[in-house]
Design a protein around this ligand. Structure first.
Ligand SMILES: [Zn+2]
Length: 130
């Protein structure tokens, strides 16, 4: 990939990382406030709804954590000059796909094949006798 393109994707990925870190910071603030409120509440119904909120926040944290790892990986590939190359077939991933999903490591062809295999596997599994 051209140097200018790499620089551009480097910026996109850094921005993504920044956004997640900011969002995570806000979420943990919110989480702490929710925790304090929880102590003061006596109504069990209200407590349940706050616990649900906390569950959502935790899940979002996990998802963001996974995305952060992918972003770090992509930034490393930019440094290694292997960014935008499919990890399965070694072909270049189309720029259109990278713009849509900057952390991707597979070209659309390999990704589609993988998904087809997964679908096939699921079909086989459901056919197995219990
Ligand atoms: Zn591929």
């Amino acid at each position: 990939m051209e140097k200018e393109r790499l620089k551009e994707f480097n910026q996109i990925l850094l921005k993504m990382r920044q956004d997640i870190l900011e969002e995570t910071g806000r979420l943990s603030d919110h989480f702490q406030t929710g925790g304090e409120r929880n102590i003061r509440l006596s109504d069990p119904n209200d407590r349940a709804s706050i616990e649900t909120d906390a569950g959502v926040l935790l899940r979002l944290g996990d998802r963001n954590r996974k995305l952060l790892i992918k972003i770090e990986d992509a930034l490393k590939r930019i440094r290694d000059n292997t960014y935008g190359i499919c990890e399965i077939c070694g072909e270049e991933i189309s720029e259109e796909r990278l713009r849509f999903r900057p952390v991707t490591t597979q070209c659309i062809k390999c990704k589609t094949e993988l998904e087809d295999e997964e679908k096939l596997l699921k079909k086989k599994t459901t056919r197995w006798p219990r």
